[in-house]
Design a protein around this ligand. Sequence first.
Ligand code: URA
Length: 433
Amino acid sequence: MRMIDLIEKKREGQSLTEGEINYMIEQYTNDQIPDYQMAAMLMAIYFQDMSNEERVYLTKAMVSSGEEIDLSAIDGIKVDKHSTGGVGDSTTLILAPLVASVGVPVAKMSGRGLGHTGGTLDKLESIPGFNVELDSSTFINLVNKNKVSVIGQSGHLTPADQKLYALRDVTATVNSIPLIASSIMSKKIASGADAIVLDVKTGSGAFMKELEDAKVLAQAMVDIGNGAGRKTIALISDMNQPLGYAVGNALEIKEAIATLKGEGPDDLTELCLALGSQMVYLANQAESIDQAREKLLATIENGEAIGRLKIFIESQGGDPRIVDQPEQLPIATYQIEVKSTKAGYISEIAADQIGVAASMLGAGRTTKDSDVDLAVGVVLRKKVSDYVNEQDTLAVIHSNQTEVATVIEKILHAFQIQDQEVTPKPLIYQTIS
Ligand code: URA
């Protein structure tokens, strides 16, 4: 087989066979196909697309390029959840103990990320003592015992995707549905879950700004998951404003604690219940989505969900007292209020801009190796459709530096305020299965 023939085939819009895709991915991972030929192939895929079958073959080939996590020693159906990334998204921190408290095993591998705030691992590390570097037998034992454990993602998963992603980044081929969908799904499948619930975000703070694009990506990922033998469903959720109020690592942990106690923001609570119900249903722990939701609500109300968070924290070396004393979490030195310069109804809070503001304070990473300030971030006081008077507080900056003029400016720019009343957008647009 010759790579040049495969490039030509794809350039002409023909489908590649499973054998051809396996050859291409294997040889490329082993440095037997040069970057310039793979770059040409990526561009051909970008323009000619791939059939559903080709997407499944590509995903499976990327899974086989590296380590595949074996979760078979964990009892029950393992359901993973993946979000395509948003601002203020602490759903994993809430969902892991929440669904575990109704008997769904959560064996989650998470990343640190290069986003506006740290990833789930950074957020968990703002809990004093919390250890995310467990060996695999400890990880599996904890899930069997407590139904929940979250650790760092193995660096050996999907090396083909790591190499391809870096090449896509410099060849203007990131933004391709078959390439994005296979990239995300290969990592989920290699992580070993039996079923997958996807939260595909749309809006100003999301990778997919337009609803129609989010639907296409969601369907592509669902088709790949199901085609690869993992039951997969996706919710499309709104990211036209940050989720919840808090954007920052320890600040989001605090909000997650409140949500598990039934005192969290409405949108964050609702999204967790919607995603969690799908997870519980896919894990066969409920006969319907409605019954799954009832079960989750009951564990929040009777304290089992927050109790499970304490067990989860303690089992990974963290200090469970932060659950009742969140003031033990890292706290920034300065809290600075951002005041509205006009009166009216809030029509938009550009989530990406709030994310950038949090990142400017040090909440996120600018390079792979840079440090994250766990204490800092932004806490909104208002959400879309709220009415504000001039000088009302829109948000509070949590900072370890006094010079925050540009951060204030960024936050004020993110808020759009108008005279007419505003109808908020739906939180969940669609379920795709
Ligand atoms: N996230 C991924 O993991 N891969 C992509 O291609 C895009 C976003």
